[in-house]
Each structure stands twice: as structure tokens, then as C-alpha cells.
Design a protein around this ligand. Structure first.
Ligand SMILES: Nc1ncnc2c1ncn2[C@@H]1O[C@H](COP(=O)(O)OP(=O)(O)O)[C@@H](O)[C@H]1O
Ligand SMILES: [Mg+2]
Length: 688
């Protein structure tokens, strides 16, 4: 009875130990801590004297001690146990636990201590694979019982579960770390479009976090000849890189290109297919893994991303390969975008050229309208001097086309690809004009927060158009003269001079030659800017151009505004032709633009023109024409239209002329160019 109670008590104690142990074990993620606890508790409850845990060596068929109690370190270090050797080696090999009650009788036993009599060995599993063994020893014979073994197996299985969990954890942790790394990498490179930077950054990060020793990007050198070469490299010398030439199908890189599938090699030194084209010297004693993955754009292989990594087992290698595939996809995507950008840039340049050509067309002489003799002479002159460096002064009232001519000259000259910079000297406050023209250095005056280039500098290589130069203050005239003579300028607040290469065109609507005489404009500057003078006549002096100009503007604005307007009614054109046009072509253009918008039919009529054009005193033709129209359309005048109209006009004319000469008939008849008798008879006829 006593015996049974004692037994039961012992059993309860053992069960408690297990419970306690499992609880403790479950709390820790630290492998060393778990193994310590495991070994101590197993020794404690079996009453063993010594014990050890062994795991299989990764790279050989030996078992290594990872933990032990009761043995000397020198002894442990001196002993090598192979799988299948000794009791532990056999248990590892067979995966079945064993109890030996008298070691002296067991042929497999390898003594670690002279005084050991019995031993129990249990296999340890992780992920259903044997990874090691637990062994406990005692100085007593028959120390271990069958029921101890059962408990040991239970605990061992439990430890196996925990090992599994730790393994999974660390794997997961690695994966999470890697995922973070990839996310970090990809987002850092989001805005990068330099392949060099992208590759270098990826390699650097991967060598820091991923154990990459070397890396390279291989792409087609010449697709026709199936030749690939190393374009980017990490930890590979320039010379080695030069030697990296591959053909499709040749070696590992060539095979990846051919198959479009990744290839991973566990140990490069053992791979016969590895060509080492680059003749990189690697120590034969250090195994190294190699992974090559294809770079694909829309399914087409354009190259290979390959890396060398610290030696890896099959499983890790496969995972590394997956990472590399992600990276190569990323790089391929970047290459695609870069190519796209290059293409886009080319398109833009092309577009720019077309735009420029359009610009040339816009400012070509074809768009300067005029058949008037004076204008034709001007066109001839302008074309002959356009492609020279000669300074040109364009004179003419406002709106006569001075700027238009200036631009046409620029775009007809060999400087057409350089800038056309214009500045209106009349519209800029005098205080700012100087800095606008010559620029300034940062801090030259309060408010000069940065350097600013002046128009002279901006026009470098092109044409500077000084519009309304007549309004230039005298002190600036001197400065401009100096700039033109010395071909260099000095920005405000700067000590250094800047060379300028410009062609100067000036314009003014002021009587500048008169101003020169009056001393309001410097004579020396006048001669400098006036190598060639172009005088644009006011529009009222080239009335013959009004219809073509007006029709040209109708076409321009009808197209621009999507209108069906084609031209003018006769009367409307008459109005335009007889108006004085103080605002010249600009005014005409504005009025036609407005009329096109107002016009409801296909022809611009008087009603589409502003009233002030019509009420001009010197537009008798209009009143007469309107009046004649009324008569012609009025049936009451039938049969006597001619007489009625002529008589009315005659009567009006004679009375006006008489009025002009105070009814002096001799002067009046001379003025009208008719016979005095005829005049007298008409005065009687009309009763004037
Ligand atoms: N001969 C012309 N043919 C076509 N358009 C002209 C002509 N002359 C002037 N223009 C137009 O008239 C407007 C005023 O011309 P612009 O050169 O600015 O005159 P300015 O500089 O003499 O004041 C511009 O829209 C210009 O295109
Ligand atoms: Mg102008």
C-alpha cells in the first residue's frame, strides 16, 4: 500500500514536471533557453547524472553537441559521432528511441565517461525530419524505465513542436524583413530613371541585407547576332566586365536568355556549365551560390540579372531566386519606362523642331501682306539684309507692322535657332529698365534676391529687339552704346563683364531723326542702331493694301473661331478703304476680328463694323451710294432716275462751290472747271 502511494506520488510529481516544462517551453522563443530548460528538466525527473543534445551538422553526416551536462569540454570537443555510429548515431539514423540498461553489454556504445552504466536516447524532430537526439546517462545500471521513456518521448515531441514553431517564426521574420526591404527598395527608386543609380542602389541594399557578393546586368549588345554583354556590374572590375560577352544558349546566362527561366546553382565551383567568361578569381574553398533570372519586357527576354550569394541550401536558394525575379521584374519595368521616356524625349525634340518650323512659317515673309509698291520695296530690302549682322532701325507709326518685320528678319537670318528677345522700352518704368536690359547680381540692391539675366544676355546668340527705342532715357542710351561697341555688358552689382553676341533690331514710332537734331536722342547711338533704316508707311498711305489685308484677317479669324465668314459686302469694304486708320494695321485687324465674331451670315456688312468708321465726314461716297440705292429701289422714280440723281448731285455741288467762293461766279466756275455761262444757267435752273 505504502509502495503504491509512493509510486503514485512520484508519477504525479513527474506529470507536474511535464506540465511545468511545457508551460515554460511555450513561453520562450529562444532556442538556447529552450534547450537548456529541456535538458535540465529531463535530467531532473529521470534522475540521470549526465545528458546531452546533439543536432546534425548541416554540411556533413556528423552529429554536433549543442548542449550537455556533466561532461568535460575537452572530451566533447574530441569526440566525433557519425550518423549510424554509437547509440546516438543509431537512434538518429533509425528514428526510434532506445534504452540501454548496461552499456558494457552494448556493442554500439561510445563511452563519454568511464563511470556511466546506462543510457536512454530519444530522437528530436522538426518539420517531420530528424534533426538530432537527446541522450541521458546514469552511473547506475537499469536507471531508465519504460515509462520514463514514454514521458521523454512526449516532452521531446513537444520540444519538436516548439522547434518547428521557432523555425517558422524565424522564416516568417526573414520573409517579413525581406518584404520590408523590397518595399523600401522599390519605393526609394520610384522616381529614379537612371539605370545606373537603380542598379547600384539595389545591389548595395542586397549586399547589406541579402548576402549578395557580386551582381551584374546583362543585356543584348546586338540582337541580330544574339550577343549579350555586361552593362552594369557590382563588385566586378572594369576588365572583368569587358570580358563578359555571352551568346544566346551559351553558358548559364545564355541559357537563361534562351529558356526565359531562372537558373540557380548551389555551388558555382561544382557547375560544369559555368563558363566564368569574365575570369573572376574566386577561392575554390569557399562555396558560393549563383542565381540568374531573365529580364523580360512584355514577355520578351531582353537580358539577365545575375548575382553571386553566400552559399545557400536548396530551399533558401529557391527563395532567393524568387526575390531576384521580383527585382528583375522591377528593373525590367524601369528599363521599359526609361526607353519610353527616351522615346518621348525624342518625340518632344521632334515636336519642338516642328513647332520651330511652324514658328518660322508664322513669321516668314509670306505672312506679311502687302502689294503696295512701297511695301514691295521694303520686302526686297528686308530680305536682302536679313542674314547679315547689320543693325536695323524700323520706323513707322504704331500698328504698321514693325514688330512683325523684326521677327521676320530674325527668322530669316541664320540666327533663327537662337532666341528672339524683345523689350518694349516705353512700357517699362525707367527705374526698372536698366536692370531689365543688363540684369543684376544677387544683392545688387534691396530686393535682388537672386541673380537675374538681362535681355542682352538672354538674347545671346539671337536677336535683341529694342521696341520703342525712342523712349529710352539718355543715360541708358550711353550704356547701350557702350554695350554695342564693346560687345559685353556688366550686370548691376557685378564686377565681371559678360560677353554678348547679339543682332540688334530697334523700332520707334517717334520722329527720331528730329530728336537727334534737338539733342533728345544721342546721335552716336542713332548711327549705331540705324545701319539700315526701314520706314513703314501708315496704312492710309497704302489704301490699296486694305482689301487684301482685310480679307487676310477675315480668313485668319474665321478659321480661328470656326466661322463661315468669307469676305465683305461692297459697302463694308468701301467703309474700310475710306477710313483713316490712325491705328494702322493693328486697328484694321482688331476691327475685322470683331466683325467676324459679330457677323451672322457669310459676308461682313456695315452693321458689323463700328459706327465711328461710318460717321467720318469725308465719306460722301457712302451717303451718296446709300441715297442712290434708295432711289434705284424706289418705283416712283422710274423713267427719271438718271435725271433725278444727276440733277440732285449737280445742285448740291454747285451750291457748295458757290458758298465756298462767296457766290463769286468767276472763281466758282474756274474751281469747278466749267464754263461761266453753263454755271449761270444751272444757277437759274435750280434756283440757287
Ligand atoms: N503687312 C502685314 N501683314 C499682316 N499682318 C500685319 C501686317 N502689318 C501688321 N500686321 C499685324 O498687325 C498687328 C500689329 O503689328 P506690329 O508689328 O505689332 O506693329 P508695330 O510694332 O508697328 O506697332 C500685328 O498683329 C501684326 O501681325
Ligand atoms: Mg509694336
Amino acid at each position: 500500500m505504502e509502495e503504491r502511494i509512493k509510486n503514485l506520488e512520484e508519477k504525479v510529481k513527474k506529470l507536474e514536471t511535464i506540465q511545468y516544462l511545457t508551460l515554460l517551453l511555450n513561453k520562450s522563443d529562444n532556442l538556447k533557453e529552450i534547450l537548456d530548460l529541456f535538458l535540465d528538466k529531463c535530467i531532473e525527473f529521470t534522475g540521470a547524472d549526465t545528458g546531452s543534445i546533439m543536432f546534425k551538422d548541416e554540411d556533413s553526416d556528423e552529429l554536433n553537441f549543442v548542449n550537455y551536462r556533466g561532461f568535460k569540454k575537452e572530451k566533447i570537443d574530441s569526440i566525433k559521432i557519425k550518423i549510424g555510429e554509437g547509440l546516438t548515431g543509431v537512434v538518429f539514423k533509425e528514428g526510434v528511441p532506445k534504452i540501454v540498461n548496461d552499456v558494457s553489454l552494448n556493442p554500439f556504445y561510445i563511452p563519454l565517461r568511464e563511470d556511466i552504466q546506462s543510457e536512454v536516447v530519444v530522437p528530436l524532430f522538426c518539420d517531420n525530419k530528424i534533426i538530432g537526439v537527446l541522450s541521458l546517462d546514469s552511473k547506475k545500471k537499469d536507471a531508465f524505465k519504460e515509462e520514463d521513456l514514454q514521458i521523454l518521448i512526449t516532452i521531446s515531441n513537444f520540444v519538436s513542436l516548439i522547434l518547428n514553431k521557432i523555425e517558422l517564426y524565424s522564416e516568417l521574420e526573414d520573409k517579413i524583413k525581406l518584404k520590408d526591404l523590397l518595399i523600401d527598395l522599390i519605393s526609394s527608386l520610384e522616381k529614379s530613371f537612371e539605370l545606373d543609380d537603380i542598379f547600384d542602389f539595389i545591389m548595395k541594399k542586397m549586399s547589406e541585407n541579402f548576402g549578395i557578393a557580386r551582381g551584374m546586368l546583362v543585356t543584348f549588345e546586338n540582337e541580330e547576332f544574339n550577343v549579350l554583354s555586361v552593362k552594369k556590374a557590382f563588385n566586378i572590375s572594369e576588365d572583368e566586365m569587358q570580358r563578359g560577352i555571352y551568346k544566346v544558349g551559351e553558358g548559364i546566362v545564355g541559357r537563361v536568355v534562351k529558356t526565359g527561366k531562372p537558373i540557380s546553382i548551389k555551388n558555382l565551383h561544382e557547375e560544369k556549365e559555368f563558363l566564368n567568361r569574365m575570369q573572376i578569381k574566386r577561392s575554390k574553398n569557399i562555396p558560393i551560390s549563383f542565381i540568374a533570372v531573365p529580364l523580360k519586357i512584355e514577355g520578351v527576354v531582353i537580358g539577365v540579372l545575375a548575382v553571386e550569394k553566400k552559399f545557400e541550401d536548396e530551399k533558401t536558394l529557391k527563395e532567393s531566386e524568387e526575390i531576384l525575379v521580383i527585382l528583375s521584374n522591377f528593373i525590367a519595368g524601369k528599363i521599359r519606362n526609361i526607353n519610353f521616356l527616351i522615346k518621348e524625349r525624342e518625340n518632344l525634340i521632334e515636336e519642338n523642331v516642328t513647332l520651330k518650323q511652324e514658328l518660322y512659317k508664322n513669321y516668314s515673309f509670306n505672312n506679311i501682306i502687302g502689294k503696295n509698291k512701297k511695301m514691295m520695296d521694303i520686302f526686297k530690302l528686308v530680305q536682302s539684309v536679313a542674314d547679315s549682322m547689320a543693325s536695323i532701325l524700323i520706323l513707322g507709326e504704331s500698328g504698321t507692322g514693325k514688330e512683325l518685320i523684326a521677327k521676320a528678319i530674325h527668322y530669316a537670318s541664320s540666327r533663327r535657332d537662337g532666341p528672339f528677345v524683345s523689350i518694349n522700352c516705353a512700357s517699362i518704368p525707367e527705374t526698372l529698365l536698366e536692370s531689365e536690359l543688363f540684369g543684376y547680381k544677387k544683392g545688387a540692391f534691396t530686393g535682388a534676391a537672386t541673380d537675374k539675366k538681362g535681355k542682352f544676355q538672354l538674347a545671346n546668340g539671337g536677336t535683341l529687339f529694342l521696341d520703342e527705342i525712342g523712349d529710352m532715357p539718355l543715360y541708358l542710351q550711353a550704356k547701350i552704346l557702350r554695350a554695342l561697341q564693346e560687345k559685353e555688358i556688366e550686370p548691376l552689382g557685378s564686377e565681371t563683364k559678360v560677353k554678348i553676341d547679339i543682332r540688334l533690331i530697334s523700332a520707334t514710332n517717334k520722329p527720331i531723326d528730329l530728336w537727334v537734331k534737338e539733342g533728345k536722342f544721342r546721335e552716336d547711338l542713332f548711327y549705331r542702331i540705324n545701319v539700315i533704316e526701314i520706314k513703314l508707311p501708315p496704312l492710309r498711305e497704302r489704301k490699296d493694301d486694305i482689301p487684301i489685308l482685310a480679307n487676310y484677317f477675315v480668313k485668319k479669324y474665321a478659321e480661328k473661331n470656326n466661322r463661315k465668314v468669307r469676305g465683305f459686302s461692297e459697302e463694308a469694304l468701301l467703309i474700310l478703304q475710306n477710313y483713316k486708320w490712325p491705328g494702322n494695321v493693328r486697328e484694321l485687324e482688331n476691327i475685322v476680328e470683331r466683325a467676324v465674331l459679330l457677323c451672322e451670315g457669310s459676308e461682313i456688312g456695315i452693321e458689323d463694323l463700328p459706327d465711328y468708321l461710318r460717321t467720318e465726314e469725308d465719306l460722301p461716297e457712302l451717303h451718296i451710294s446709300k441715297w442712290i440705292e434708295k432711289i434705284v429701289n424706289n418705283p416712283t422714280y422710274e423713267n427719271r432716275v438718271y435725271d433725278f440723281i444727276i440733277e440732285n448731285i449737280e445742285k448740291e455741288l454747285i451750291s457748295k462751290a458757290l458758298l465756298k467762293f462767296d457766290r463769286n461766279q468767276l472763281q466758282t466756275s474756274d474751281f469747278l472747271g466749267i464754263n461761266r455761262n453753263t454755271l449761270r444757267s444751272k444757277i437759274e435752273k435750280y434756283g440757287i
